[in-house]
Design a protein around this ligand. Sequence first.
Ligand code: ADP
Length: 506
Amino acid sequence: MARDSLPEGPLRPWPVRVRILASILIVATAGLALAGGVAYFTQREGIVQRIDERLLAQVEAARVVANGISGAEVGAEPTTPAEAPATTREALRAVLASVVPGRGEGAVGLVNGKVAYIPGVPMEIHLEKSPEFIAHVAEESVDGQVRLGTSVSSALGYLRYVSVPVLVAEDPEFGVLVVAVDVRARLADLDAAFRTYTLVAVGALAVMALVGWFVAGRLLSPLRRVREAASRITAADISERIPVTGRDDVSEVARTLNDMLDRIDGSNRAQKRLLDDVRHELKTPITIVRGHLELLDPADPADVAAARDVAIDELDRMADLVDAIGSLAESASGASLRREPVDVDDLTADVFAKASVLSGHSWRLAESAGGVALLDPARITQAWLQLVDNAAKYSPAGSEVRLGSSRRDGAVEFWVEDEGDGIPPGAEERIFERFGRVDAGRGIAGSGLGLPIVKAIAEGHGGRVSLGSSSAGSRFAIVVPLPSDDVIPPDAAADGMAGSTVEGAS
Ligand code: ADP
């Protein structure tokens, strides 16, 4: 038969603790990377945009100067009109003289594709040192357009530049102003901040990993203890319990497992006790039969007949015992109960009718509770008749035995009262145990399983057995609790039967 089972072999290579930690770290890393990445690229975009604005401002300044207006600092309002330059070189010189390169900036003036002017102030990048860049810009600007571009070269690095053609009418020379910004230099602060962020994030992840490792270990430790304890528990020794610490849901697992172990332990003990009891009880009839057969004289017909009678008697007793054990097991499981709505008066009358045919006593139906109860009539009859049988057995011949049903505190009681010697003080609990008899039944045959069966049937109905006993007699009752819906008011169903007394004698 196919069964779902875990694959055998070594434990999975990634224990739960590692998997929990890995999940936390993956999510945390992704979160930190996303937050850092978004912040970095937004800032970077802003810086690149500001670089472009600055370059376009330079174009504006160049245009102003080339058109003959001096004092064109970037962003400043032109103040003094000046004379318009007459040649391209003059215009370019004027423009370059007005350019004040900032941090990470450089400028150069080209005439006919060659470097002709550089600003007279110190610059951080020297565009004239890269002939490839100069050639590239010169070639690009032949169409006379202002152009914003990006250049990446080994000599100058990552540049953002603007090239502005500078032309003066009637001068054939072609001038170009080039202003460039070293993007990496502008991003240096941002990069430094991001490096710090990365370091802090890695540190935070390391702390998270450390704390997570200990917290996951602590949370999982009850499970580890459960596993260790479970591996120590064997069928032979189920006494081991899992230590429970704390009140969280993982500890609740340990607590539930301990409860389950208690129940298994209890049921194991009960089974073992039953086996011991049964072995002990069967030993006596076997010894008796064996003894008789050993001493039997096969030639003596009277001896054979006597031994046969004894053997049949003992075998009958063993058969009764086996039946009683079966009945007890069935009642104790409670699963075989077939509850149905039962008219309590009918049930009482039925049991009384069966009891009253037993000889040797005067029988009296003292009370009938009325109403309807939800119970298994066959089982309750069996238990009640067992009490009737005991009352008949353990009370003097000819004495009165009363039985009846009554309602008390939301329960119905099926009871039997006799005038026997009662139960000796201190034996009240023992008689409900398996094979528990008083003074070996005071000379009366019995298995000692009658009352345990009654008790099991009562408990199967969620009830109990009550006992009141004195030297003047005993009162045994099966008490079955009644959920309020199970009972129909006695007036409606009992039909005046409650409390009436019916005599019966045999
Ligand atoms: P059994 O009757 O087979 O011995 P039970 O379990 O029915 O087993 O009863 C257990 C013991 O309880 C009996 O041996 C008897 O001593 C005592 N007992 C039961 N019912 C009565 C009773 N009505 N009056 C006096 N003693 C009783």
